[in-house]
Design a protein around this ligand. Structure first.
Ligand code: SAH
Ligand code: SF4
Ligand code: F3S
Length: 458
């Protein structure tokens, strides 16, 4: 008689991701941790057995989106006769906890960003209707230790979280509350994951952290356990065979140390792109935001970065209409943008977040003033972004081919400056880095041509 070990029952998983890249990474890890239980990805929420919303709390709109989505998913759950399990993960879960289940009783599980390794256990408990349905403890390193060491990756570019949490406490921001204190993974741990990615064909690794350049992890065990900073980590990862491109995001101006700046000049794998949010160009507003730097300090860093890597593309985040922002303060922001000349930037209207100091500050700015300032800022940024993209026309750039384009025979890839590039080419080039001549540019992308390919088809 043979005893057959039954394969895990096939179940369908649907994860919807909101917010930043750290959530994108976390969603992939949730998929990894659930795969051994028989969960395979589902295209739609309707036919999923388990639906996870990985949420963002950064602005009011982001949080509200989650509740309206939950309303829709509740109806789908009813249509299954209640068989669907609904989990809310991410920063709204951390911030609102059990309140979510009160507001939307169809929710079965609520788990914060440090609890993903407990997901299988929680899903099992939910199906038996016993035990806790809420996990919002902070234990970042336990999470990383407990997550599977292998990862399923899709394509040649991958995220790798090296740092979580934030100790900066900008007065507008919920992240220090939803992600907890700054924690860095060790070099050994990160190297293991980076090697596994490279072995699967990953050529570009983006190191992630809420404050990634504050990363300070234990050095490799062979090197006596001292601490490294991010520049050293980037140089180390650049030596892993197969890894040809390194990026990191998001950084804080105060943690932009000399060594990291130097690495941009001496490590060819470090891509010439830096997202360094400044938020405002007014020193009074920067102070009220508790950013810990002035506009001049920021511009000095930009100068140093450009000295190390003259062609570097610069990006930033801005908040307009922070409490107390006068027309002159906003003009200072516009002036800073003109001085830097960005390749791209994100800008947001200030959104008061419960529990953060700025929400209770005097001088809240009326919505129509915020709207008007946002439009002026975005027009300037669009102008700079279009000009930056156009400056690449005529150049031949190494493009990492990340997938198929929208049109037949078209490929999609990424330039060293993080620009999207479309060009005609054979599917066999997927995952490779190829030289592409840039022939056109618009606000959001470049078009290119593969010289040999175009000739062969002519
Ligand atoms: N850790 C990163 C950013 C995290 S949040 C950093 O320090 O730069 C991403 C962006 O959202 C921020 O840079 C900021 O521009 C914006 N943001 C954060 N809180 C906000 C709020 N209350 N209202 C509007 N925008 C906000
Ligand atoms: Fe938020 Fe400031 Fe921390 Fe960035 S540095 S995550 S904006 S508190
Ligand atoms: Fe949002 Fe949390 Fe990221 S609040 S931006 S998902 S850290």
């Amino acid at each position: 008689m043979t005893t057959e070990i039954p394969a895990p029952e096939k179940k369908r998983l649907y994860i919807k991701t909101y917010g930043c890249q750290m959530n994108v990474y976390d969603s992939e890890r949730m998929r990894d941790v659930l795969a051994p239980l028989g969960y395979a990805p589902s295209e739609t929420a309707e036919d999923a057995d388990l639906v996870v919303l990985n949420t963002c709390h950064i602005r009011e709109k982001a949080t509200e989106k989650v509740y309206s989505e939950l309303g829709k998913i509740k109806k789908m759950k009813e249509a299954t006769g209640g068989k669907m399990t609904i989990a809310v993960a991410g920063c709204v879960a951390q911030a609102e906890g059990a309140e979510i289940m009160r507001r939307q009783p169809a929710v079965d599980l609520v788990l914060g960003p440090q609890a993903y390794h407990k997901l299988p256990e929680m899903v099992a408990r939910a199906s038996r209707a016993v035990g806790d349905r809420l996990e919002t403890e902070f234990d970042t390193l336990e999470k990383f230790d407990a997550l599977p060491k292998t990862r399923e990756v899709d394509g040649p570019s991958a995220f790798l979280s090296v740092q979580e949490g934030c100790d900066k406490f900008c007065t507008f921001c919920v992240v220090p509350y939803t992600r907890g204190a700054e924690v860095s993974r060790t070099v050994d741990d990160i190297t293991l994951e980076a090697r596994a990615l490279a072995a699967q064909g990953v050529r570009e690794i983006t190191l992630l952290g809420q404050n990634v350049n504050a990363w300070h992890g234990a050095a490799p065990s062979l090197e006596g356990g001292a601490e490294w900073s991010l520049g050293a980590l980037c140089r180390h990862i650049a030596k892993i065979g197969g890894v040809e491109r390194i990026r990191y995001t998001t950084s804080h101006p105060r943690d932009m140390d000399e060594d990291l700046i130097a690495a941009h000049g001496d490590t060819p794998a470090m891509m010439p792109y830096l997202h360094l949010p400044v938020q405002s160009g007014s020193d009074a507003i920067l102070k009220a935001m508790n950013r810990g730097h002035t506009a001049e300090h920021y511009l000095k860093i930009i100068e140093q970065v450009r000295a190390a890597r003259p062609d570097i593309a610069l990006a930033s985040d801005f908040i307009v209409g922070f409490p107390g922002e006068r027309e002159q303060d906003f003009e200072d922001t516009m002036e800073l943008v003109r001085a830097v000349n960005y390749a791209s930037a994100y800008s947001f209207k200030y959104s008061p977040r419960p529990g953060t100091p700025a929400a209770d500050m005097f001088g809240q700015v009326p919505e129509d003033v915020k709207d008007e300032r946002l439009q002026r800022l975005q027009a300037l940024i669009r102008e700079q972004q279009t000009a930056f993209n156009a400056s690449k026309i005529g150049q031949t750039l190494p493009i990492l081919v990340t997938g198929k384009g929208r049109l037949d025979g078209q490929l999609h890839g990424r330039s060293p400056y993080l620009q999207a590039v479309h060009f005609d080419g054979a599917e066999s080039l997927m995952g490779q880095i190829v030289d592409v001549e840039i022939v056109g540019a618009s606000l959001n992308s470049l078009t290119g041509r593969l010289p040999a390919y175009a000739e062969a088809r002519a």
